[in-house]
Design a protein around this ligand. Sequence first.
Ligand SMILES: Cc1cc2nc3c(=O)[nH]c(=O)nc-3n(C[C@H](O)[C@H](O)[C@H](O)COP(=O)(O)OP(=O)(O)OC[C@H]3O[C@@H](n4cnc5c(N)ncnc54)[C@H](O)[C@@H]3O)c2cc1C
Length: 454
Amino acid sequence: MTNEAPPRDGLIAGLDSPLSRRRMLALSGAGAATLMVPSAPARAVEAPPKVATKAHIVIAGAGAAGLAAAARLAERLDGATITVIDRRKEHYYQPGFTLVAAGLKPQGYVVSTTADYLPRGVTLIEEQVAEFDPVANKVVTDQGRAIRYDFLMVATGLHLDYAAIEGMNTDLIGKDGLGSVYAGPAAAVVTWKEMARFAETGGVGLFGRPATEMKCAGAPLKYTFITDDYLRRHGMRGKSELVYTAQNKGLFSVPIVSEKVRMLFRDRQVKVAYDHVMTAIDPGRKIATYKTPTGTAEFKYDFINVVPPMRAPAAVRNSPLRWQEGVWAGDGWMEVEKPTLRHKRFPNVFGIGDVAGVPKGKTAASVKWQVPVAVDHLIAGIQGTTSASVYDGYTSCPLITRLGRAMLVEFDYEDNLVPSFPGVIAPLEELWVTWVMKTMALKPTYVSMLRGQA
Ligand SMILES: Cc1cc2nc3c(=O)[nH]c(=O)nc-3n(C[C@H](O)[C@H](O)[C@H](O)COP(=O)(O)OP(=O)(O)OC[C@H]3O[C@@H](n4cnc5c(N)ncnc54)[C@H](O)[C@@H]3O)c2cc1C
């Protein structure tokens, strides 16, 4: 990609903020990033007139994708009924979980409430969708309430399947050297306590990822690098062994990123066990069991970061919305078209965020690009027209490689690297500016996204 490439800002740079890509390019790298916190929106282009409609739009899930979609629909439609369904009252800023589990941010940094972001005029039903019936155009909640819709956006995120690991349950997190960054804000805090203890004592640390699709595939790698750094700072790296178990023969789905991580792991003496998929854990004996091509393998640990298999939530997995065959069918991901996120068989239904059965895109940064596309197509459907908006698979991950350094990894469906700041932030380079983005600029931009402003 050259500097003539069409402008594109990642999640880290709000489109409507004064810090547009052009401005970023005009600034020097490090200085630019410190200024990336978006301020008041400065719209360059006048907003199009609202579309008048009586359509009823239901959004299942009030996480990153659901709230961002609600904000954009409320902004663009006049007269629509928009209903968001989600039982959880708290909103979790999940990209911050790693920072909490690294002892860098408090638990409160990642917790807010859904109500904080609910757009005016949008109704929130604090229940869970138990059944999707796209033939009858209705959902049924766990309280037995049936809600009909004209258009449906499914934004339920994914299910962390800890139960699929024999011997594992979330009550074990924070005990006897067992951590898990993914399980939620409280789990991130106690994972930090276990990791901090390990950094002082040394021993064997186990890291890895599941064989399923997963959100932020960089997170397990980041946590390995962060632990390595803490051990070194405590002078305990020589008394410890770090092992990363990969589910296949690579360390990341994008080959060039995989190779870069392999080199970094080699430099930091992190051992890699390829083709190892965790199947069981014995927390009493501190042993993790893995399936390998040659049978099972048992690794003893002093600290482990458990990353569970991830699947579509049961309500989606058990519904007609799931892929019927192919690689996405097994774990029940939604059968949507890659460029539009529209359901392949139910055209008034869209799948956005982690639940979408597409090859890339399980990051909050992807949500930023997916939601405007799906919203464009939904509104075109209301108007009886079509939209040319396309989601190209944009996925991004600021991959922390040590405290104070991170690599900005951005790619699309075709595994092309698609840097947002060519000439300023080189992809695959360990930079302080990227660290600043991850630790300071990302959250304000995420919040802007929830409000439909980025
Ligand atoms: C440790 C970690 C680190 C990460 N790091 C990054 C990062 O650095 N950069 C980045 O861009 N992304 C990162 N991510 C990924 C990012 O947080 C997710 O991709 C993003 O939150 C997906 O948004 P979503 O709306 O699809 O799902 P979520 O934000 O998880 O929201 C799903 C919502 O749906 C609700 N729900 C579930 N089932 C139902 C149902 N049946 N009915 C109604 N509601 C339901 C849930 O309660 C939840 O509120 C990270 C994630 C984790 C866990």
